[in-house]
Each structure stands twice: as structure tokens, then as C-alpha cells.
Design a protein around this ligand. Structure first.
Ligand code: PLP
Length: 441
């Protein structure tokens, strides 16, 4: 076979190609140059960096820059990059095979550990992504209740399954409209959208008894970090019980992140079903869903609800998950340290906003941090929709020039890792305070 493509590394006469050249090549062969849209720099401008390696709290780019990483693989990493206690076991198992399609003992051990740590989870099924976990949970909830509808909240993300790709309509009781082309209205006509932190908006939607489940991010993290108001999660539990609907916590982001047992442990509200992902798999592609045993026993092959996965629970992801969860269970003081660090971020950046005369909100729960520029309160999508996107763009670039990589969108949560906590965070906060000063000028 002949090809007229130059081999990598041979594109310029002066040294290896840099990020802008790789970005040009990426744009030719991948939509937007990326494998997930959140990675594109559309909201902030410029070519995204290409990463050669990560170590602890830092990323190293192919252009030789070292960046403090506040993306943390979108929350999937909680310890740090290339943590020896996670990478070691992966290296060890991979030499014995990557996937068998037949059971391993490590899968049982991981399932036992998840059932032990997450209060609502009596039985669990592993899948490959958070999207699969929530899509499977919805199928189970519909099968268990014999009801068609699902209630979600405006601004909450539950993966990209059709039924969840709905933005809110014009009013609280509005039935969903697809927010992506290619999603037929038939698939979303049973998706109802409520307002986060607003119980009245939920009870209206449950009244007709057609709702299989209410699904919620118990700490919202996909519109920046928005904590539940006191009473919101217990109120959802009560409303679901009253109306015979199931309560689903999508803890793909919050699981093992805001407490060892997730948001359900932190806020002491027990859902019927829980989706897990991100931290659960220690930065490898895996997720899980679980909950009440009577519900989980409805899944094939024990029950009639079908869901399967060729690579589900393979040795690599299972080893990464086990290593991460065992580390967290043995170092559970980490959660208090994340809370303390969140307070520090809030105080330091809050003061920087004030000095600069900029309106801004800093929310935090555990290692999740939400920075909202240009608004005074952030409790629901309506609030955060008003953020100053142009200001964020300048802030992002000012931070990046100083060596701190933020998520490239004003609507994303920042994530802390254990590796940030021994001094990296302090110097990053100095840097970010300078960046705030710069953009206020
Ligand atoms: C990331 C995320 C998902 C989707 O998980 P993927 O592994 O990206 O499919 C679902 N729900 C929540 C709350 C998430 O944060």
C-alpha cells in the first residue's frame, strides 16, 4: 500500500511537530479534533495542548510545558496521575492478559467492595462508561415500575443516551424536547425536566403516576458545582415514595469523590439505584450501576431485563478500580482534607474576586469546585446561565499562560486530587489570583 502521508515526526524540517501541527492533523480526521467534545477549546480559543505524560498533580505537554491539572480527567482521577498504587496493579495484571470474557476473582472482590462502601448498593453490575450505567438503570427502572416517564433536572448530565439528551422547555412542567439532532422526539417524549433545588417543580411532574424514576446528580457537577440545598435530596426521597417512583442517584461524578460512600453517605439519603463511574475505575474506562437487590435481580440472566458488555469488568479496569477504592478506604481522612482544601479555594479566590471588584461565586463540595464568574448566586441552571463567558475565556487563558490548566468551559467543575494537597494547590491559588487580577484590569 502506498500513502502520501508523511510519517509522524517528519512534518517540519525543524524538530518534532508541536501542538498546533498535531491539532491541524487531528481536525482532518476527528470531528473537532477530539474524541469527546468537552476536550475542544471552542469556548476558550486556541489550540488545545497535547499531553505526553502526567505525574501527580501535573501534566507534561509535547511542547515541554508543565501544567497544574485541575481537570483530573474530568474527575476520574482522585489520587493523581500515574499513582504507583494504581499503575502498579494494572501493569501486573496486564501481563497476564487484557480480557477473558470469562469471570475473574477480582470482579467479585470489586463488587464486594462497592457493595460494602456505597450505602444503597446491595448488588452491582459493571459496564464500560457512565453513559451505559445510566441508560441501563433507566431500562431497569421502567421495567420494575411498568411506567414510561423519567424526571431529570435542567443542567444535569447523565451521559449521552437519547432519553437524557433533553434541555428544559419553557416551563417547569414542560415535556422534553431533544437538544441534539438525531434524537427522535419519541425517545424523549417521556423525559420530563425539573428545576434543580426546586421540589415544587418535581412534585408537579410526578402527580400523574406515570414516572418510573427521578434521576439526579446529588451534587450537580455538570453545570459547574452546585450543591443540593438542605432538604432537597430528602424531599426527593419523600416525593418518590409518595408517588411510587424510584429515586436514582447518578453518582458517576460524586461517587467515592464527595465522601467514601458518595453523596448518599454525605447527605444520608438512600436512593433505590445508583450509577457509578469516574473515580470508581481509577482513570480507566469503566463504570457500574447497582442498588436494591430485588431490583438488580431483575437484570439478565437472573431476570428479564437485558444488558450486557463484552469487555465489562475486564482485568485492567477491575485492577484499577480495586486499587483506587482500597487506597481510598485505607486513607479516608482524605475526604476531610478535600473539604478543607475546598474551603481554602473558596476563601482565596473569593478574596481575589473582591479585590478585583468582580462578581463571582465559588461553590465546593469535597474535591469538587465550581467557579462562576459574573454572577452573585449559583443554585440552579437559571442562575449559572447568566455567567460571563467572555470573562471566563480571558481568565482561562491567563491561567494557562501561568501554567494552570482549567477545564476549557465555564460550565465545568474543577477537581482536586490528593496530589494537589501538599502545596501545589497553594501555589496554583496564587497563580489563579494573579489571573483574576489580570482579567479585571
Ligand atoms: C461523566 C458523567 C456521566 C457520563 O459518563 P461517561 O463515562 O462519560 O459516559 C454520567 N453522569 C454524570 C453525572 C457524569 O458526570
Amino acid at each position: 500500500m502506498t500513502t502520501d502521508l508523511a510519517p509522524p515526526g517528519d512534518l517540519t524540517s525543524e524538530g518534532p511537530p508541536g501542538a498546533s501541527e498535531w491539532y491541524r492533523r487531528a481536525l482532518e480526521v476527528m470531528p473537532g479534533g477530539v474524541n469527546s467534545p468537552v476536550r475542544a477549546f471552542r469556548a476558550v480559543g486556541g489550540a488545545p495542548p497535547f499531553i505526553a505524560s502526567g505525574h501527580g498533580a501535573h501534566l507534561h505537554t509535547i511542547d515541554g510545558n508543565e501544567l497544574v491539572d485541575l481537570i483530573a480527567s474530568w474527575g476520574a482521577l482522585i489520587l493523581g496521575h500515574a499513582h504507583p498504587e494504581v499503575v502498579g496493579p494494572i501493569r501486573e495484571v496486564v501481563s497476564r492478559g487484557t480480557s477473558f470474557g470469562v469471570s475473574t476473582t477480582a470482579e467479585v472482590e470489586l463488587a464486594e467492595l462497592i457493595c460494602c462502601l456505597v450505602p444503597s448498593v446491595e448488588m452491582v453490575r459493571m459496564v464500560n462508561s457512565g453513559t451505559e450505567a445510566t441508560a441501563s438503570i433507566l431500562r431497569l427502572a421502567r421495567a420494575a415500575t411498568g411506567r414510561p416517564a423519567v424526571v431529570k433536572f435542567e443542567g444535569c448530565y447523565h451521559g449521552h443516551a437519547d432519553a437524557f439528551l433533553v434541555k428544559a422547555g419553557s416551563g417547569l412542567a414542560t415535556f422534553g424536547e431533544p437538544s441534539s439532532p438525531g434524537v427522535p422526539t419519541g425517545t424523549t417524549s417521556d423525559t420530563r425536566v425539573a428545576r434543580y433545588n426546586d421540589l415544587d417543580s418535581v412534585s408537579e411532574l410526578l402527580a400523574d403516576g406515570a414516572v418510573a424514576a427521578v434521576i439526579v446528580e446529588p451534587v450537580a457537577g455538570n453545570m459547574g458545582c452546585i450543591p443540593p440545598l438542605p432538604g432537597f435530596l430528602p424531599g426527593l426521597r419523600g416525593l418518590c415514595d409518595t408517588h411510587g417512583s424510584l429515586l436514582i442517584f447518578d453518582e458517576v461524578m460524586t461517587g467515592f469523590r464527595v465522601a467514601l460512600g458518595g453523596a448518599q453517605e454525605r447527605y444520608r439519603v438512600i436512593p433505590d439505584l445508583t450509577a457509578l463511574g469516574k473515580v470508581m475505575a481509577g482513570g480507566t474506562p469503566a463504570a457500574a450501576y447497582g442498588g436494591r437487590a430485588d431490583l438488580m435481580r431483575m437484570m439478565a440472566p437472573e431476570g428479564p431485563v437485558y444488558q450486557a458488555g463484552t469487555l465489562a469488568g475486564n482485568p485492567i479496569v477491575t485492577a484499577a478500580g480495586l486499587a483506587t477504592l482500597r487506597y481510598l478506604a485505607a486513607h479516608s481522612d482524605l475526604y476531610q482534607r478535600f473539604d478543607d482544601a475546598g474551603v481554602k479555594v473558596s476563601v482565596r479566590l473569593g478574596a481575589a474576586f473582591e479585590r478585583a471588584g468582580l462578581p463571582g461565586v465559588v461553590n465546593h463540595v469535597g474535591g469538587m469546585v465550581g467557579i462562576f464568574l459574573g454572577i452573585e448566586r449559583a443554585g440552579s441552571w437559571d442562575d449559572v446561565a447568566g455567567i460571563d463567558q467572555a470573562l471566563f475565556k480571558r481568565f482561562f487563558q491567563a491561567a494557562l499562560r501561568r501554567g494552570v490548566l482549567l477545564p476549557p468551559s465555564p460550565f465545568e467543575t474543577w477537581f482536586l486530587m490528593e496530589a494537589h494537597l501538599d502545596g501545589v494547590l497553594d501555589s496554583a491559588l496564587d497563580t489563579l489570583s494573579e489571573a483574576i487580577e489580570e482579567v479585571a484590569r
